[in-house]
Design a protein around this ligand. Structure first.
Ligand code: NAP
Length: 242
């Protein structure tokens, strides 16, 4: 059985390791190829886009892929749409893996918004010193806002960026102690994040709760019509033929 994993996430690496160890399964992980020094999954790895849904469909056929697993980040909506279209066009089985989103706890002060633009519209009424943990592609939505911004991303962000800013380059997992210290050191008033889910980057939410800070939580983009997702690696494995 040949499995292509669209990856770039921790779950994709765990899944690749499990399939790599499975006799009779040939697994290839696909990375977008945009991050410097990406964490590499076990087994074969390819890098770079396919050229849209058509390019991905051609790749599935040429490589005789039996199962396509979309284990990309919950906000990587384009590649997920391409995966759905390519699976439909080729008849290749598609399994979508999405880690669960975060849920509010007692003491949290979250404001859920549908988009980054909606988050940017809300931020000025919540504070002047803003921690943006939205990925480097998300900073542009805040570029025209007044106030001071702490930007954190894995790789250096490009313009447009908020004028008054401090950039921190870092990659999770993060600790509650570290996040609390960061929020305090920069006297942050409000945290903006996307509902990525998972444990690696959830410490900022605990720290914000402890410090009584509001959080603007950007909701995930919807899955393509007719597509459903499983939430864990074990569920993906259970859906694959042995
Ligand atoms: P995106 O906007 O949905 O994808 C844009 C284009 O990048 C796709 O159309 C595709 O190009 C290419 N691409 C994306 N993921 C790919 C993959 N795994 N293998 C091969 N090509 C891929 O995605 P994105 O938000 O830029 O995310 C890119 C990658 O980074 C994904 O693997 C994702 O899991 C990972 N990641 C994203 C985030 C995030 O915040 N979005 C966070 C952590 C990790 P073609 O159309 O040419 O095929």
């Amino acid at each position: 059985m040949r499995v292509l994993i669209l990856g770039g996430t921790g779950e994709a690496r765990v899944l690749a390791a499990a399939l790599h160890a499975r006799p009779g399964t040939d697994v290839v992980s696909s990375l977008a190829g945009r991050v410097n020094l990406p964490a590499r999954p076990p087994g074969r790895v390819r890098s770079g886009g396919f050229g849209g849904a058509t390019g991905l469909a051609d790749h599935l056929t040429a490589e005789r892929i039996d199962v396509l697993v979309d284990a990309t980040h919950p906000f990587a909506a384009s590649v997920t749409a391409n995966a759905a279209a390519a699976a439909l066009a080729t008849g290749v089985r598609l399994v979508v893996l999405r880690r669960p989103g975060w849920t509010e706890r007692p003491g949290d002060e979250w404001r859920r918004v549908p988009t980054l633009d909606a988050a940017a519209a809300l931020v000025p009424e919540l504070g002047r010193r803003v921690f943006l943990a939205v990925g480097r592609g998300g900073f542009a939505a805040f570029a025209q806002l007044p106030g001071w911004f702490l930007l954190r991303s894995v790789d250096p962000p490009g313009p447009p960026l908020p004028a008054d800013r401090w950039v921190v380059l870092d990659r999770g997992p993060f600790t509650v102690d570290g996040e609390r210290a960061l929020l305090r050191a920069h006297r942050i008033d409000v945290l903006v994040t996307r509902d990525s889910g998972g444990a690696a980057t959830s410490a900022k939410l605990t720290a914000a709760r402890e410090l009584g800070l509001p959080v603007v939580m950007v909701d995930r983009p919807p899955l393509p019509p007719g597509v459903t997702a499983v939430t864990g690696v074990a569920e993906v494995l259970a859906r694959l033929p042995v």
